[in-house]
Design a protein around this ligand. Structure first.
Ligand code: 6PG
Length: 480
């Protein structure tokens, strides 16, 4: 047995990870259900490093040094269970299985518990960065036991992306499902970020009358400032691309129905269970789903809009600056919600997740990598108990500075009939959190009226009910 690590499941993500390990100097055992893929990898990339191709699960396991470390890169769900079942029987106590797919964290918790009984470490691991990241350096979010990380950590840190300060973008997140949970929230934030960028584009196009190539230029400018991020960068690339067939801007030939593989939906489902408000992520998931409802859209297509004209040219540049402010402020809100969710999950499942460390390993390699993640890292490092990113003095100051423009953009989107659930929703969240009084008081009163659900008072302790159907006297309900 000579291999330090093995990869089973050699579709593009698995193949690129295996190559990344080999290029980093590891001897990598390879396995795939159909042998042809294994052969192809060795034929095409065999000179990149040390590969040990194998043709059966048994041979694969035998090729690994102990404690064995094997990375499973197969489809989440049933295929993962099947592979785990097959390998668990061949492994020995102390061996480590890494699931690098986008598994649901609840499945990871179940699998970890089952494998732990057999003495096998199971590290459900979030890997972000797409195909290119897998090859050149992804951001890696391993869960599972600390003992597993001792074996695994040095290998993962070797292939991970490097943050600008040189730190590897891989770190132990926490026990059992913590890694996949954090990856799920990463994807939720990714959805929110993409939705906000899409809204900014839509506003620049429909309200400021800018063409895609011009918008690309605006985005390139933003990418030199506080919005500096991978998603803004690729948006500019996409917007400059022309369709070869028609000569039209590429964005105009793509069908406007956004799809999803489900991690954003999981984030929102989980947030509902945890009782954490993440409306920015929810709006993004619903916006994708609304875009895909062709029947609803056709049925509503004739409804009247405001008929507002695009802005005069003289106002367009100023408008673009305001969009930048609204986009940035909304982005801060989405990330704040993401971190609230990570904290809530960590508390619920007793994971002890270091919020600053999550920001640190998202600084490079992953899809939401962005310059401002270093500020989130610093913020939670300085104040681990920070209740929300909105309370960080610097972010608070920026939000305060942006709010005027943000409100004008929300108003303009309503006036021009451009849907901005992300930007306008983020503003509503901001106003909802800072409000001294919310109409939730009225909601409570209504609940008490129709269902005797009781309410609390501002001025004294206890729970109360008003006899709405009778003499309207108030009774205290929490005392015998
Ligand atoms: C990543 C991505 C990746 C995800 C795609 C597609 O971090 O590398 O999040 O894991 O599969 O982005 O997601 P949707 O199909 O749900 O948009």
């Amino acid at each position: 047995a000579s291999a330090q690590i093995g990869v089973t499941g050699l579709a593009v993500m698995g193949r690129n990870l295996a190559r990344n390990f080999a290029r980093g100097g590891c001897t990598v055992a390879l396995h795939n259900r159909t042998e042809a893929r294994t052969r192809e990898l060795v034929e095409e990339f065999g000179d990149e490093g040390d590969f040990v191709p194998t043709t059966s699960a048994r041979e694969f396991v035998a090729a690994l040094r102990r404690p064995r470390c094997l990375v499973v890169m197969v489809k989440a769900g049933g295929p993962t269970d099947a592979v785990l079942e097959e390998f668990a029987g061949l492994l020995e106590p102390g061996d480590v299985i890494v699931d690098g797919g986008n598994a649901h964290f609840a499945d990871t918790r179940r699998r970890e518990a089952a494998l732990r009984e057999r003495g096998i470490h199971f590290a459900g691991t979030g890997i972000s960065g797409g195909e290119e990241g897998a090859l050149l350096g992804p951001s890696i979010m391993p869960g599972g036991s600390a003992e597993a990380y001792e074996v695994l950590g040095p290998l993962l840190e070797r292939i991970a992306a490097r943050a600008p300060d040189g730190a590897p973008c891989a770190a132990h997140i926490g026990p059992d499902g913590a890694g996949h949970f954090v990856k799920m929230v990463h994807n939720g934030i990714e959805y929110a970020d993409m939705q906000l960028i899409a809204e900014a584009y839509d506003l620049l196009r429909k309200v400021a009358g800018r063409r895609p190539a011009e918008i690309a230029e605006i985005f390139r400018g933003w990418n030199r400032g506080r919005l500096d991020s991978y998603l803004i960068e690729i948006t500019a690339q996409v917007l400059t691309h022309t369709d070869a067939d028609t000569g039209l801007p590429f964005v105009d030939v793509v069908a406007d129905r956004a799809e999803q593989k489900g991690t954003g939906r999981w984030t929102v489902q989980t947030a509902l269970d945890l009782g954490v408000p993440v409306p920015g992520i929810a709006q993004a998931v619903f916006a994708r789903s609304q875009s895909g409802h062709t029947g609803l859209r056709q049925a509503a297509a004739a409804l009247p809009g405001p008929g507002a004209e695009p802005l005069p040219e003289a106002e367009a540049d100023r408008f673009a600056e305001q969009v930048e402010q609204a986009l940035y402020a909304s982005k801060v809100i989405s990330y704040a919600q993401g971190w609230d969710m990570i904290r809530a999950g960590s508390e619920e499942f007793g994971w002890g997740i270091d919020l600053s460390r999550v920001a640190a390993i998202w600084r490079a390699g992953c899809i939401i990598r962005a310059a401002f993640l270093d500020r989130i890292r610093a913020s939670f490092a300085e104040r681990p108990g920070l209740p929300t990113l909105l309370a960080d003095p610097e972010f608070a100051r920026e939000l305060g500075g942006a709010q005027g423009a943000w409100r004008r953009i929300a108003a303009a989107s309503a006036r021009h009939g451009v849907p901005t659930p992300g930007i306008s929703g983020a503003l509503a969240y901001y106003d909802g959190l800072r409000a001294e009084h919310l109409p939730a008081a009225l909601t409570q009163a209504q609940r008490d009226y129709f269902g005797a659900h009781t309410y609390r008072r501002r001025d004294r302790e206890g729970t109360f009910h008003t006899r709405w159907g009778g003499d309207r006297a108030e009774v205290r309900t929490d005392q015998g």
